[in-house]
Design a protein around this ligand. Structure first.
Ligand code: ITT
Length: 198
């Protein structure tokens, strides 16, 4: 099955296309399909609501199945923040660097640093049907940045083995990430729903 990718985040696009390779779900970016990505305001209170908003808007506007990813970082000592606001933590036009600087400042005095990445994927069809799945990656917030790979908060997210996610080669992040776990769960959910191959 072919689906359009409802994301404007280049880091996500790269990871999702790699993760879904050889799964039976062929993902095409809007740029490659020559389709405009609808501007969607992420007004949902949950990752699932926001992922649905993004996937359904593109499925409706393109007439093709569409996959959206809503994801974020949850820090226990910040009550789960930044959560669904991860992309806008330091403000509406914030860059990854702005968000990391804001997070390190908020965490400066905290010794409890456990955190997780969470990813929710929604595949929506133009007729209104949808399937969703979730994945998580547990870790902690570092005191300084390390590594150049990945995107978003990867330079300050430390795995239990001490490496920052931005230090992992791409294939290694894809083997363990919240996004790849969500993708695996989505492929199973599609099979259960009898949606493969259509
Ligand atoms: P789209 O909505 O167009 O897909 P976005 O960047 O706005 O792109 P989200 O609203 O889902 O996406 O925000 C997710 C943010 O969470 C993202 O900008 C990163 O800051 C962070 N994030 C998600 N997955 C991540 C990962 O694998 N590594 C590092 N940071 C991640």
């Amino acid at each position: 099955m072919k689906a359009l990718l409802a994301s404007g985040n280049r880091g996500k696009l790269r990871e999702l296309q790699e993760i879904f390779r050889n799964t039976g779900l062929e993902l095409v970016s809007c740029a490659d399909a020559g389709v405009a990505l609808p501007q969607v305001e992420e007004t949902g209170a949950t990752y699932l609501e926001n992922a649905r908003l993004k996937a359904e808007a593109l499925a409706r506007s393109s007439g093709m199945p569409a996959l959206a990813d809503d994801s974020g970082l949850e820090v226990d000592s910040l009550g789960g923040a930044p959560g669904v606001r991860s992309a806008r933590y330091a403000g509406n036009q914030a860059t990854d660097a702005d968000n990391i600087a804001h997070l390190l400042a908020e965490m400066a005095d905290r010794t409890a640093r456990s955190a997780r990445f969470r990813c929710v994927l929604v595949l929506a069809w133009p007729d209104g049907g949808a399937v969703s799945a979730e994945g998580m990656l547990e870790g902690a917030i570092a005191r300084e940045e390390r590594g150049k790979n990945g995107f978003g908060y990867d330079p300050v997210f430390v795995l239990p083995d001490g490496r920052h996610v931005a230090e992992l080669p791409a294939g290694e992040k894809d083997a363990i990430s919240h996004r790849s776990k969500a993708a695996k769960n989505l492929v199973s959910a599609l099979a259960r729903a009898g949606k493969t191959g259509s």
